[in-house]
Design a binder for this molecule. Structure first.
Ligand code: SF4
Length: 264
C-alpha cells in the first residue's frame, strides 16, 4: 500500500476503504489507515483548504487537515459515536472532538462519568487518557456545514465497522445525534446483529439492545453535543450525564465476563 508524505497508508476509493478496513487487525494500524484516507474528494478538498486558510485565531497553528481517528483503549466496553470532526476542532488538532465547544462538553461529561482522566481535551499530548470508552465519529473528515452526504457516510462506514469490531469487550454504544444513529444500523447489520424492524427512531434517551453473534449490545441515543443543542438548552449537562451514567451501568459487568464482540 502506498504511503503519503507523513507515512500514512493512502486509500483513494470506497472499495479501497472496505478492503483496507477489513484487513486491519489492531487499532493503531486502523488509526494510521484512517489518517491516510482520501476516498471522498469533496471532503479531502474541504479539510485541506480549511487547514491552509485557517481561522484567524489559530493562524499560528499547524492544522491536522486529515481524517480524524478514534480515541480510547481497545478494551473499552463503551463506544461514543458522533457525527464528524469540526473544521477548526478535530480537523485542527487531529484528535476527535478536541479543540471546540462540542469537545468541551463531551470530555467534561466523560470525566464526570469516570471515563476520562481530566475534564478537558485541548490538544494531542495534553495528558488526557480515556478508560473503558472509545470515542469515534461516523465520518472521519470535517464536512462543509457539518453535513456529510449519505454517499460520504456510506464510504466511511467500513472504518467505523472495523473500529467497533476491534473492541472485543464492547457492550454499549452511545450515539450522539440522528446522523450517527442512521450510520450505525448498517454497520451492525453487516456485523451479523439481529436488528428490530422497523428501525427504532432516534431520540434522546432511546435505548435499544440488539443480539449479535458475540452477545448483546445496547445502543443509547443522546442529542449531539453541538452548540446548536447545548447553547439552546436542548441538551443539558444533566441530560448527557444521565445517558453516560446509564452506559456505565450497562457496561458494568465484571472484567472477566464474556465479551460481546462484533465479529471479524
Ligand atoms: S470521510 Fe472517511 S472515507 Fe471519506 S475521505 Fe474521510 S476518512 Fe476517507
Amino acid at each position: 500500500m502506498a504511503v503519503d508524505g507523513a507515512g500514512f497508508p493512502v486509500t483513494r476509493t470506497p472499495a479501497g476503504v472496505a478492503r483496507s478496513a477489513r484487513g486491519t487487525r489492531d487499532l493503531a494500524v486502523l488509526d494510521a489507515r484512517i489518517s491516510g484516507c482520501r476516498a471522498c474528494p469533496r471532503l479531502v478538498a474541504w479539510r485541506e483548504e480549511v487547514a491552509v486558510v485557517k481561522r484567524a485565531s489559530f493562524r499560528d497553528e499547524d492544522y491536522w487537515g486529515r481524517p480524524v481517528p478514534g480515541l480510547g483503549p481497545a478494551d473499552a466496553r463503551i463506544a461514543v459515536v458522533g457525527l464528524a470532526p469540526a473544521a477548526h476542532g478535530g480537523n485542527r488538532t487531529g484528535r476527535v472532538f478536541t479543540g471546540d465547544r462540542s469537545g468541551d462538553w463531551i470530555f467534561a461529561a466523560l470525566w464526570r462519568a469516570g471515563l476520562a482522566s481530566q475534564p478537558t481535551s485541548t490538544h494531542v499530548g495534553d495528558g488526557l487518557e480515556l478508560t473503558d470508552v472509545r470515542v469515534a465519529a461516523a465520518v472521519r473528515c470535517a464536512p462543509p456545514a457539518n453535513a456529510p452526504t449519505p454517499e460520504e457516510r456510506d464510504t466511511c462506514s467500513p472504518w467505523l465497522a472495523r473500529e467497533l469490531a476491534l473492541l472485543p469487550r464492547l457492550r454499549v454504544v452511545v450515539v450522539l445525534g440522528g446522523f450517527g444513529w442512521t450510520a450505525l444500523w448498517p454497520v451492525l447489520a453487516g456485523a451479523g446483529y439481529a436488528l428490530p424492524r422497523p428501525r427504532p427512531a432516534f431520540g434522546h434517551g432511546v435505548e435499544v439492545t440488539v443480539e449479535g453473534p458475540g452477545g448483546p449490545l445496547t445502543l443509547l441515543g443522546s442529542y449531539h453535543v453541538s452548540q446548536q443543542n447545548t447553547f439552546t438548552g436542548k441538551l443539558t449537562e444533566p441530560m448527557l450525564d444521565a445517558v453516560l451514567d446509564r452506559a456505565v451501568a450497562l457496561a458494568g459487568a465484571p472484567p472477566d465476563a464474556a465479551p460481546a464482540a462484533l465479529p471479524d
